[in-house]
Design a protein. Sequence first.
Length: 74
Amino acid sequence: MTTNKIQRQLILEVLRAGPASTLDLRSKGVMHPAGRLMELRLKGCLIDTHWSWEFDSAGIRHRQGRYVLLSEAL
């Protein structure tokens, strides 16, 4: 079990390396990416969302957010 703080840190590490989708973040252990991204935005991070359709590991198509870190909180 990871705390929200750890999950936010993990999201920042992933997004520093480049864009990531909801499924990418879940595969890294972030159980509720939208909630953690909202928290990061409220803390001042600028994160852009691009919507796309992607297939999960079971082959099911989902509308996913692909997130891009524009700047971190000061």
